[in-house]
Design a protein around this ligand. Structure first.
Ligand SMILES: O=C(CO)[C@H](O)[C@H](O)COP(=O)(O)O
Length: 233
């Protein structure tokens, strides 16, 4: 059977026009998308890419694409990214990679933010099988831990540690990451802002009502889900 992430990535090509500035996120689905762009290199040779991911950047460069640093861009035509999970309103958790601050920046600057994945990512309501991750400045660690425990008494905040080296995982921005494991999610419409209101926290991995479209490949084919059904893309 065909890899469904590959099927979804191929469907994403229909959303791109030659010459556009394209954001590409992290993960295996995005790697498939880069490989498809490479397969039709003549058509796509004039696109400019921007990425939130070290691994995707390497792949783009190896395949001869122009990759601009995030710091040189304020607008993208479109940003594609995978996620851990998303719900029927296209609220997404992007917790696994620990690079959500850059991912959210690219999602926010894109005219269109498109989630791409296999059907396993799509759930009616987000489950707590994934944490909400926060990026925080190192000095704020004890305070942020205390404030999270005060605000969410049933949540379990855990500093993300490296399994390849002693110590904490350090983000692209020199910061720490905390995985917040909830037993049940507090109301999602305010969760992102409640966390960001804590001094020291830079960004969260909850992408609340940011994506306009999701491309999902399941055993019955590719489904395009729009947050607003009237949205034309
Ligand atoms: O959100 C992410 C990282 O934070 C990735 O996009 C997510 O893990 C998707 O990966 P894959 O395409 O391999 O399923």
């Amino acid at each position: 059977m065909e890899d469904l992430k590959q099927v979804a990535a191929r469907a994403a090509l229909d959303f791109i026009k030659p010459g556009q500035v394209i954001g590409v996120g992290a993960g295996s689905t995005m790697a498939h998308l880069v490989n498809y762009l490479k397969e039709d290199a003549t058509r796509w040779k004039h696109i400019t890419t921007v990425t939130s991911s070290f691994n995707t950047r390497q792949l783009l460069l190896e395949n001869g694409f122009t990759v601009k640093p995030i710091s040189e861009v304020s607008q993208l035509d479109i940003y594609f990214d995978g996620c851990d999970q998303f719900d029927q309103h296209l609220n997404a958790l992007k917790s696994g990679g620990g690079i959500h601050t850059h991912e959210k920046l690219l999602a926010a600057m894109a005219d269109k933010f498109v989630l791409v994945g296999d059907g396993s990512k799509y759930v009616a309501q987000l489950y707590t099988t994934f944490p909400v991750v926060i990026e925080l400045i190192p000095e704020s660690l004890p305070f942020v831990m205390r404030r999270i425990r005060d605000l969410f008494s049933l949540a379990n905040p855990v500093l993300r540690l490296s399994n390849k080296k002693d110590g904490a995982v350090i983000s692209e921005n020199g910061n720490l990451l905390i995985d917040i494991w909830f037993r049940s999610f507090p109301p999602l419409d305010s969760l992102n802002q409640r966390l960001k209101d804590i001094p020291g926290i830079l960004e969260t991995s909850l992408f609340y009502q940011m994506a306009q479209v999701a491309i999902i490949a399941g055993k019955n084919g590719v489904e395009i889900i729009r947050r607003d059904p009237a949205y034309l893309i």
